[in-house]
Ligand binder design. Structure first.
Ligand code: HEM
Length: 223
């Protein structure tokens, strides 16, 4: 115990000398002050972020075993759930938390709406939030196809027919999303790339903007 304390102190001293670590910890963690009016309703933004971190952690694990081809996709998901140690846990966590994150983001949005926190000077925070909501929903939709079950297949048919109904560009949009006229292996690899690279990176950019604005403007005051 003494040894750990000693190492801890030495590491902190080293960081302190260079980066004022203790002051940073005091200001941002141990002695951070929040306004009196902040209550449990304000927890949904942070919980959405926590959910997103869980999705990244469990998602990286699933990527190690998942195979994005029509022939192997379902078998690889079943292999994760039945044979890989703790695979069932990571897989369940990933799919349950995907649903929970959508709910949390909507609760967070309702809280912001109820408190009128979208008003000046937080208009862009709201706009970046709308993008975050759309990306979160697109993550769920693209992930839903990956197990390549009957449900995923028909879900993707319906989901892609919606943008397909857009006037003038609908047909073009539908073919772009599906990678052809039908849902095929091309759609699967397309959705996989969007799900694990394009959307998470875009989400990180918008989260960075969202958090930067919160830091810059601060949380809204009492109603
Ligand atoms: C992945 C999704 C999101 C995450 C992780 C996130 C995270 C956060 C966090 C941690 C806060 C600090 C205050 C709080 O938690 O209530 C916040 C504030 C805010 N968020 Fe989000 N947010 C997300 C989506 C959204 C959405 C969908 C909207 C609205 C369309 C939105 C609009 C705002 C606004 C306007 C504030 C400032 C609130 C205030 O100052 O009282 N956010 N967000």
């Amino acid at each position: 115990m003494e040894l750990i304390k000693d190492i801890n102190k030495k590491v902190l001293d080293w960081l302190d000398e260079r980066y004022d670590a203790r002051q940073w910890i005091r200001e941002n963690l141990t002695e951070k002050w929040v306004h009196k009016h902040i209550n449990w309703l304000y927890c949904f933004g942070g919980l959405s972020f926590l959910g997103f971190l869980i999705q990244i952690g469990t998602g990286i694990f699933l990527m190690m075993y998942y195979i994005p081809t029509p022939k192997d996709a379902l078998a690889s998901v079943q292999h994760i759930a039945n044979n890989v140690p703790f695979g069932w846990l990571f897989q369940r966590l990933h799919s349950i938390s995907a649903n929970v994150v959508n709910l949390l983001v909507m609760f967070h949005m309702l809280r912001v709406l109820y408190h009128g926190a979208y008003k000046k000077p937080r208009e862009f925070q709201w706009v970046s939030g709308v993008f975050l909501l759309l990306i979160t929903m697109a993550m769920s939709f693209s992930g839903y196809l990956l197990p390549w079950t009957q449900l995923s297949y028909w879900g993707a048919i319906i989901g892609t027919e919606m943008p397909g109904a857009t006037p003038f560009i609908g047909e073009w949009l539908l073919q772009l999303i599906r990678g052809g006229a039908q849902i095929t292996g091309i759609t699967l690899t397309r959705f996989y790339a969007i799900h694990v690279v394009v959307l998470p990176l875009t989400l990180i950019v918008f989260l960075g903007l969202h958090f930067w604005m919160i830091k810059k403007v601060g949380i809204s005051g009492p109603m």
